[in-house]
Design a binder for this molecule. Structure first.
Ligand SMILES: [Zn+2]
Length: 324
């Protein structure tokens, strides 16, 4: 039986259960948090995360897949503390989140590289996947990169290629933050394919921000999983369009190419905390159970298709080389 690494160690893929494929625990600028700590109480934030994840587990979610990497404030020691307080599985990631430039740390390292395989970033990603992260022993189980409406900047291309090379070396699956409004998933597909990536091991994250069936089926027909993973961010695409799109794709036979999630967090410092319920009242871990699944059922999505999206597709994604 294939095993998947989590913040509490490996679990059998068969035990992932109902899996939300893109949820964060914390999204932070760690440097700002350390220098301006007034908004942050470590004990309170850990206890709050444990409570929110326990509530989610109670609702029926067994696993969250957390693509928080460098650039989003990854701190695996903190995640371990949260994981120790909850039964939910937390799958952690390696990679780098940028829409444009690289951190200066990487900018001047690897200039002499001959391929993505010899990029020093690749070695760090592979080490997170195979040795563990920052001395915790917790291993990443997947890779994360981003391509936004800025397109394929030199920094973004270096990350995509290093992620592709780390995938080629380890077989670890990939989640890409994409911007469907600029069809950036197509560009991600082109670059990752040129690094030898198996597209059936790629989630095109945030595909659910689009109702463009032509664009979405192009990605799915190439083998990618569509991340219908921003339920609750109705400010980017209204709820009705999000559920209509998933229902129509399911009707056309694409249930085996979609995963469902919110891209929510226990705490995100990008916005003043009191602003979030005002601009995105449904953006929380309970929205799928409360509103989305009932709306999909109303639109004819079957229980079997829901299980495919929430259980079978995540299990296949983490089950090693395609066909396994
Ligand atoms: Zn995210």
């Amino acid at each position: 039986m294939t095993q998947v690494e989590t913040a509490r160690g490996p679990v059998d893929v068969a035990r992932l259960g109902t899996t939300f494929m893109h949820e964060h625990v914390f999204v932070l600028n760690e440097e700002i948090r350390q220098n301006y700590p007034a908004d942050w109480d470590e004990e309170e934030r850990v206890a709050d995360a444990v409570a929110k994840l326990n509530a989610l587990k109670q609702r029926g979610c067994d696993t969250i897949v957390d693509p928080t990497v460098i650039g989003l404030g990854r701190d695996i020691h903190r995640i371990q503390r949260v994981a120790a307080g909850t039964d939910i599985n937390i799958v952690v990631a390696t990679g780098l989140y940028t829409y444009g430039d690289l951190p200066f740390y990487f900018r001047y390292r690897g200039m002499e590289r001959e391929s993505a395989g010899s990029d020093p970033m690749t070695a760090l990603f592979v080490s997170d996947l195979t040795e563990g992260i920052a001395g915790t022993g917790v291993k990443a189980a997947f890779l994360k990169c981003a391509i936004e409406d800025h397109g394929l900047t030199p920094g973004v291309e270096r990350v995509l290629r290093a992620v592709g090379a780390a995938h080629a070396a380890t077989g670890a699956p990939i989640t890409v933050h994409t911007h469907p409004g600029s069809s950036s998933g197509r560009e991600a597909m082109r670059v990752l394919t040129s690094e030898g990536v198996d597209l059936t091991k790629v989630v095109m994250g945030h595909s659910g921000d689009s109702a463009d069936l032509g664009y979405l089926t192009t990605l799915a027909d190439a083998g990618c999983l569509l991340g219908m993973d921003r339920f609750g961010l109705d400010i980017l695409l209204p709820f009705e369009q999000r559920v209509d799109t998933v229902a129509e794709l399911a009707r056309r036979g694409y249930a085996d190419r979609m995963v469902l999630s919110h891209d929510a967090s226990c705490y995100i410092d990008w916005f003043p905390q009191e602003a979030i319920p005002a601009f995105a009242p449904a953006w929380h871990y309970g929205h799928l159970f409360d509103d989305v699944l009932p709306a999909l059922r109303e639109r004819g999505v079957t229980e079997a298709q829901i299980e495919t999206m929430l259980v079978t597709n995540p299990r296949r994604y983490f089950s090693g080389p395609s066909g396994a």
